[in-house]
Design a binder for this molecule. Structure first.
Ligand code: A2P
Length: 221
């Protein structure tokens, strides 16, 4: 038993296969490049800069962090509640090392994070912890009672001084606002429709979801 406790990872998740990492980084960069040239975005630049006149280069704004992945359970080597139970879940054990196809359905940015929304299938939801959404419940997200799996995402980058855990929080906030019906005019773009949710929050819902192969595994730093 002690041995198993010691062997709990930093986190479990789906890791994008190497061939697709580059493709998603390019898609993400293209999105950022397009976004920061849009008049609509420039109108709200102050959300990012704090100053009306200042420019922002989104491609430089977010720092990439390691292998692109979609975290399922953050365990912190067993310090996080429910880690052991998660690791021992038969579905988790048998999925280890298997390749799944993740569906990316939206790209989003906030002044803190950039990410891709992952829409999980029923099979993939079997690997999703029951409490993942509740962990970050705020007044906004609680009121929206978002379905399980709503937090699933890939962190594409974080602003200076922001930890990647923030990406899922930002996503849940956008989804809660979306559910409340709080949205302006969508801007039709080549990849899909872009909506501004206030306070520097932008989400591009992809016209064609992007399918990416990803290996379910655990990660030890
Ligand atoms: P994310 O899944 O949004 O990218 P770190 O490098 O900070 O230790 O984080 C390692 C990974 O675990 C990151 O992918 C990060 O965020 C995720 N993560 C970190 N802390 C948490 C947490 N408290 N809850 C859920 N995921 C977390």
């Amino acid at each position: 038993v002690q041995h198993e406790e010691l062997s709990l990872p930093l986190y479990f998740g789906w890791f994008l296969l190497p061939a697709v990492q580059e493709k998603i980084r390019c898609t993400s960069m293209d999105f950022l490049k397009t976004l920061d040239t849009l008049e609509a975005f420039k109108k709200h630049l102050i959300d990012f800069t704090g100053k009306a006149e200042k420019e922002v280069d989104l491609e430089q704004y977010y720092k990439a962090n390691g292998t692109l992945h979609c975290t399922t359970k953050f365990c912190n080597y067993g310090k996080v509640e429910g880690s052991k139970e998660y690791a021992q879940n038969p579905a988790v054990r048998s999925a280890n090392g298997s390749v799944f196809e993740l569906s990316l359905t939206a790209l989003f940015v906030t002044p803190r994070t950039a990410g891709a929304r992952v829409s999980l299938t029923e099979e993939q939801l079997l690997l999703w912890p029951a409490d993942a959404e509740k962990e970050v419940e705020s007044a906004v997200t609680a009121a929206a009672s978002l379905p399980r799996g709503s937090r699933a995402h890939i962190t594409l980058g974080c602003a200076e001084g922001t930890e990647p855990v923030q990406t899922g929080v930002d996503l849940l906030q956008i989804l809660a606002l979306q559910k409340e019906g709080q949205q302006g005019e969508p801007l039709e773009m080549e990849l899909g429709s872009l909506i501004y949710y206030g306070e520097g929050r932008w989400m591009l819902t992809l016209r064609e979801p992007i399918a990416v192969p990803a290996c379910f595994s655990s990660f030890y730093a």
